[in-house]
Design a binder for this molecule. Structure first.
Ligand code: ZN
Length: 362
């Protein structure tokens, strides 16, 4: 495996600071030492966590209860109520590196990008549920296509944030257990090394917003988005969230992960665009009063496409897990309306069938 170029990594205290926090609560009046990566000159840094720029208010418990109460009065279909078509797995195609870069939508925010002989997965989620346990929580409406066993060797994974629909422990373990899986490099925003280390995964490259790393001829750059992080009770925003640009000879792509509408999109377009392909979330947006800060809707996705200076976009983060109040089938319908209003064609901002592959010609 070719050498990786790492620049400017800052590691954080992780477990040590969490125990420090417990100790401080016990003894009152002290504050835990700042994390190792902490840079007070950066507006998104806090001594032990991160904030959006500009900051977005943290939802109150009363807001969460209101959302759940109002959702309880709506008829929201469950995962099992849907049937989505899928593209049959083409093992022959998966066994050969394509001549032109390709993008395959596997489901939700999981995309297989194949460029110049390198295979990259985004936010890999192949489990039956997007949850801390596999016996409760949002169930998958469609199996991942292609499945884990169908995948070609995965040289790199880019991770956007730590929510269960993007970062899945079972999937990370399964990727690692595949032949050659120990060589997979995980590109993450700041703060993930301790989580991966607990799974025995050490090939983790953390990057702050606008920092890059090289791997196998591709450049991976973490870019700012507007979101948040939380997996447990006491880790709110301790890890950073980001999108990623992936660029190499003849290819420039951007993966937004999960984000509210933000001026960062235009800045990404200005600094790193134009893009041959943008992978933009279109689902998990209702009700707006609760979701707006951290999840774009299809109309905002179309604005993001323009802001990023994307030549074409592909819809992600929809049609797989019931996470919010809109039906799983609604985002493409609303995207079609927004696309038409913006004078874009279906090819300009495509909605793929689960498992569909498109070639990205420069
Ligand atoms: Zn999220």
């Amino acid at each position: 495996m070719a050498a990786m170029g790492f620049t400017g990594t800052r590691r954080r205290a992780g477990v040590a600071h969490r125990w420090g926090a417990v100790l401080c609560l016990a003894t009152a009046a002290c504050t835990p030492a700042p994390a190792e990566w902490y840079d007070p000159s950066l507006p998104h840094h806090q001594p032990n966590g991160f904030v959006n720029v500009p900051p977005t208010p943290e939802k109150k418990l009363s807001d969460l209860l209101r959302w759940r109460r109002e959702a309880g009065k709506k008829l929201i279909p469950e995962a099992g109520d849907y049937t989505f078509p899928t593209i049959p797995v083409d093992r022959a195609a998966l066994n050969h590196a394509p001549d032109t870069p390709t993008v395959t939508w596997i489901g939700h925010a999981t995309v297989l990008i194949r460029v110049n002989g390198v295979n990259v997965l985004t936010d890999p989620q192949f489990s039956a549920r997007a949850a801390p346990v596999q016996w409760a929580g949002p169930r998958r409406a469609v199996p991942p296509v292609p499945g884990l066993t169908d995948l070609p060797p995965i040289h790199a994974v880019v991770l956007s944030h730590d929510h269960y629909d993007s970062l899945d422990v079972g999937t990370v373990r399964a990727l690692r257990a595949r032949p050659g899986g120990a060589d997979t490099v995980f590109f993450t925003p700041l703060g993930y090394k301790p989580w991966f280390a607990r799974l025995g995964v050490t090939r983790v490259v953390e990057r702050d917003w606008w920092q890059s790393a090289e791997h196998l001829g591709l450049t991976f750059t973490a870019v700012p988005v507007q979101h948040w992080c939380k997996r447990g009770f006491f880790d709110r925003d301790e890890r950073l969230w980001s999108g990623w640009t992936i660029s190499g000879e003849g290819f420039n792509g951007v993966f937004l992960g999960d984000s509210g509408y933000t001026a960062h999109f235009a800045e990404i377009g200005r600094r790193l665009g134009p893009f041959d392909v943008a992978m933009i979330p279109i689902g998990a947006y209702e009700p707006r009063w609760f979701m707006r800060d951290h999840h774009i809707n299809p109309a905002e996705a179309v604005r993001a496409h323009a802001d990023l200076r994307a030549k074409r976009s592909i819809a992600i983060h929809w049609g797989t897990f019931v996470l919010t109040d809109e039906p799983l089938t609604e985002p493409p319908v609303r995207l079609a309306v927004a696309r038409q209003q913006a004078g874009l064609t279906e090819a300009d901002f495509a909605v793929l069938v689960h498992g569909e592959t498109v070639a990205i010609t420069p």
